[in-house]
Design a protein around this ligand. Structure first.
Ligand code: PRX
Length: 660
C-alpha cells in the first residue's frame, strides 16, 4: 500500500521528498484514535482536554475549571481538581484487577533481570514513600534523584509523587559540579542515589559524586538514600546516608497516597538555555499527566493488555519522565527498562531485547538509529523483530534516510513511524503524525496533535505561507506546558514569551511544506543538540574557561553524522600556557586535558569532539563572537561573510589552523 518514490536525488531537499506512507488498513481499523479527534478538539479545545483528563485519570476531587490563563504566561489546568500521580500510575490498576500484569521488565546490562508487576510496584512505591517520609520528606519538598536506569529510579520518582514532593532527577552521567548546582537551585533535602551502575561492562561509581557535591557546601541535604546496585565499596556518612535495603526494604507496604492540587509541582527538570545557568523547568500534576497519558494512547496507539512498550530514554531526560515513568504507567502499560548501552556485550543488544520481550512499540532517538545504521543491518537482521508494530523517534530532526532505514530494517517495512516533536518545556508530544490516521512523510513531524495549536512565523510575527520557513511557535496553552522556570519567573517570560508576544517561542526553526506539514530545522539559538540532548554553548565555554590555561573559549555545534551535532571548541590559551606548550611541545596534552576537564565539569556528553587552539577568535566590533563563522570552519566550509569582523584576517588564521 505504501508507495515508494524511486528517485535517488538528495532526500534532504524537502522539495523532492514525495514519499508518503499511509497507515496500513488493519492498523487504522484498530487505532485508538481516529481522524475525528482533530474535529472534536477543534470544536472545543478545552472540553476536549477536560474529557481526556476525566477519561484517562482518576481524580480524588473532580475539577470544575478547565483552563485559567489569566496569569499568563503561567497557565492553570483543571485548577480546582485534586489527584495523586502515583495512585494514577500504579494503585488504580491494581484496584481494577490488573495487579498481576507486568509493569516493568527490567534488563540489567550484565544480563540480570527483574519482573515487576503492578502489585509489586504498588508495594515498592509505598515502601519508598514511607521511607522518604521517615527521612523527613513532606508534601511540597524537593528530592534529588541521581540514579542509573534501574527500577528504583522509577520507584523513587513515584514515591516522591506519592507524598506530594517534587523530584528533580539529575542524569547519572552528569558530574558532581552539575549535581551540586541542581541540588542548591531546587533546595533538595534528600538525594536518592546508588553505589553505582553498569555501563559498557564496568561498574561505574555514582555515590562519590554525591559526596563530592555535598562536600562543596551550601546544600540543604539532610539525607542520602543509597540503592545497592553494583555492590562496590561505598563510603557512607553516619547519620546522613542510609541504604535503600535497610530502610525502603523494611518499610511498610501500606501508604495512603496524598491527594494534591492539580497544580502541585510534580517535578523540576534542568535543561540548558542560552546562558550558563541551567533552567529548572517546572511541571505540575494534572495537566502533565493528562497530556502524557493521552499521547501514549494516541501517538503510540498503546493497547495495555497486549503491547510491550519500550522507550529507550534514561530517566535523566524529559523523555524518561513523560514516556517511561508517567505516560505508560498511567495507561497501565507493560514496559521494558534497560540499564546499559546498546553495544554491551555486543552491538545487537537492543535487537536481542526486542526479540526476547516481544517489544511491540519502540521509542528512541535519531542518534541511536544512525548509530545502528552505521553498525549495519546484519545486526538487527540476526533477531526476530516481527513483534514491532509501531516505531517512534524523538529528540532531533530525523533525516529522511534514517527514517527510511528505521522503517525498513527495524519495522520490516510494515510498522508506522511517528516522528514526535516536543521539548522538556512542553512536557509531552506536541507535533506528530497519528499512526492510524496520517500518511507519514519521512523526516517530518507533520501535524500538531488534536488540542494543540502551532504555527511557523516570520521575523515580524506573521504566519508564513505553505512552502516557507520561519520560527516555530505554540499559539495556545496546552495541558503539559511548563508552569515556569524554578525560582525565576522573569526568565520564563523573557525566554519563551517575549520574542512573539502572547505566543510560546520554542527556539526551533521550522518550515511548512506545500501541504502545510511541519518540518523541524533545528535550533535557532546558541543551544546545541548532541545525541538528542540539549547543551548550551555558554555552559561548555564556561567550563573551558574555568581551566587555568584557558583565556577565552568559543563553542559551536558542528554537524555530525551520528550524534546530529558534535561539540567543537576554539580556545585561546593564556600566555604562560602558550609559552610552556611551545617549550615542551605539550599542545596535544592540553587538548586532551581540556576535553577531560569539560567531562568532569559537566559530564562526558559535553566533551568536545575537537578543540582547536587559536590565537584569536572572530569578533564583531562590539566584541560579539561570530559563531556562525566558527561553525563554517568546524563543518569544513569556507567561512561566510566576514565583513562585520573587527579583524578580517582572523578567519584565515583559524582556517589554516584547522586544516594544518
Ligand atoms: O530542537 C528540538 C529538538 O529537541 C529540542 C528539545 O530538547 P529537549 O528539551 O532536550 O527534549 C528532547 C526530547 C523531547 C527541541 O527544541 N527536537 C525534539 N524532538 C524533535 C526535535 N527536533 C526535530 N524533530 C523532533 N522530532
Amino acid at each position: 500500500m505504501s508507495q515508494e518514490h524511486a528517485g535517488t536525488e538528495s532526500l534532504e531537499n524537502l522539495l523532492h521528498e514525495t514519499r508518503s506512507f499511509p497507515p496500513p488498513a488493519d492498523f487504522a481499523a484498530r487505532a485508538n484514535v481516529t481522524a475525528s479527534a482533530y474535529e472534536d478538539a477543534a470544536r472545543d479545545r478545552e472540553q476536549f482536554w477536560a474529557r481526556q483528563a476525566r477519561e484517562l485519570l482518576s481524580w480524588s476531587t473532580d475539577f470544575t475549571e478547565v483552563l485559567d490563563f489569566s496569569g499568563a504566561p503561567v497557565a492553570r489546568w483543571f485548577g480546582d481538581g485534586r489527584l495523586n500521580a502515583a495512585y494514577n500510575a500504579v494503585d488504580r490498576h491494581v484496584e481494577a484487577g490488573h495487579g498481576e500484569r507486568v509493569a516493568i521488565h527490567f534488563e540489567g546490562e550484565p544480563g540480570d533481570t527483574r519482573t515487576i508487576t503492578y502489585a509489586d510496584l504498588k508495594d515498592e512505591v509505598s515502601r519508598a514513600a514511607n521511607a522518604l517520609t521517615d527521612l523527613g520528606v513532606r508534601t511540597g519538598d524537593r528530592v534529588a534523584i541521581y540514579l542509573p536506569l534501574v527500577p528504583e529510579a522509577v520507584i523513587a520518582m513515584l514515591a516522591c509523587a506519592r507524598v506530594g514532593a517534587a523530584h528533580s532527577v539529575v542524569f547519572g552521567g552528569f558530574s558532581a559540579e552539575a549535581l551540586h548546582a541542581r541540588i542548591i537551585d531546587a533546595e533538595a533535602r534528600v538525594v536518592v542515589t546508588a553505589d553505582g551502575g553498569y555501563r559498557r561492562g564496568k561498574a561505574m561509581a555514582l555515590k562519590p559524586a554525591v559526596d563530592e557535591a555535598i562536600a562543596k557546601g551550601g546544600t540543604p541535604v539532610e539525607h542520602v538514600l543509597v540503592v545497592r546496585r553494583t555492590g562496590q565499596d561505598t563510603a557512607m556518612t553516619d547519620g546522613r546516608d542510609v541504604w535503600w535495603d535497610d530502610t525502603v526494604a523494611t518499610a511498610s507496604a501500606e501508604h495512603e497516597p496524598v491527594a494534591v492540587d492539580a497544580e502541585n509541582p510534580l517535578f523540576i527538570l534542568y535543561t540548558s538555555g542560552t546562558t550558563g545557568k541551567p533552567k529548572g523547568i517546572m511541571h505540575t500534576t494534572g495537566g502533565f499527566l493528562t497530556q502524557t497519558a493521552y499521547t501514549v494512547r494516541a501517538v503510540f496507539d498503546l493497547k495495555p493488555e497486549t503491547d510491550v512498550y519500550w522507550c529507550t530514554a534514561d530517566v535523566g531526560w524529559v523523555t524518561g519522565h513523560s514516556y517511561v515513568t508517567y505516560g505508560p504507567l498511567v495507561n497501565g502499560a507493560t514496559q521494558v527498562l534497560y540499564e546499559g548501552t546498546p553495544d554491551t556485550p555486543d552491538k545487537d543488544r537492543w535487537w536481542q531485547i526486542v526479540a526476547k520481550y516481544g517489544v511491540t512499540i519502540l521509542y528512541t532517538a535519531p542518534t541511536a538509529i544512525r548509530t545502528a545504521m552505521k553498525w549495519g543491518e546484519e545486526l538487527p537482521g540476526r533477531h526476530d523483530l516481527s513483534s514491532l508494530r509501531l516505531l517512534g523517534s524523538v529528540g532531533e530532526p530525523i533525516n529522511p534516510e534514517a527514517w527510511m532505514w528505521y522503517r525498513r530494517v527495524i519495522g520490516g517495512d510494515r510498522a508506522p513511524v511517528v516522528d514526535t516533536w516536543w521539548q522538556t518545556e512542553t512536557g509531552a508530544i506536541m507535533i506528530s503524525p497519528l499512526p492510524g490516521v496520517t500518511a507519514a512523510k519521512p523526516g517530518s513531524a507533520q501535524t500538531p496533535l488534536p488540542g494543540i495549536s502551532a504555527d511557523v512565523l516570520d521575523e515580524a510575527g506573521q504566519p508564513v505561507p505553505d512552502g516557507h520557513g520561519g520560527y516555530l511557535v505554540l499559539t495556545e496553552p496546552w495541558p503539559a506546558m511548563l508552569r515556569g522556570i524554578w525560582g525565576d519567573p522573569q526568565r520564563y517570560q523573557d525566554t519563551y514569551w517575549s520574542r512573539f508576544p502572547g505566543k510560546y517561542f520554542a527556539g526551533d526553526g521550522a518550515k511548512k511544506d506545500e501541504d502545510g506539514d511541519v518540518w523541524l530545522l533545528g535550533r535557532v539559538d546558541d543551544v546545541m543538540n548532541i545525541s538528542g540532548h540539549r547543551l548550551s554553548t555558554t555552559e561548555i565555554e564556561s567550563a573551558l574557561v574555568s581551566h587555568p590555561v584557558v583565556a577565552e573559549a568559543a563553542v559551536v555545534g558542528a554537524k555530525d553524522d551520528t550524534t546530529g551535532q558534535a561539540v567543537v571548541a576554539f580556545v585561546i590559551l593564556r600566555a604562560e600556557a602558550v609559552e610552556r606548550a611551545d617549550e615542551e611541545g605539550e599542545g596535544a596534552d592540553v587538548v586532551a586535558e581540556l576535553r577531560n576537564h569539560v567531562a568532569k565539569e559537566i559530564g562526558p556528553i559535553a566533551k568536545p569532539r575537537s578543540i582547536l587552539v587559536v590565537a584569536e577568535l572572530p569578533k564583531t566590533r562590539s566584541g560579539k563572537i561570530m559563531r556562525r563563522l566558527l561553525r563554517d570552519v568546524a563543518e569544513g566550509r569556507p567561512a561566510g561573510d566576514v565583513t562585520t569582523l573587527a579583524d578580517s584576517s582572523v578567519m584565515e588564521q583559524i582556517s589554516t589552523g584547522m586544516s594544518g
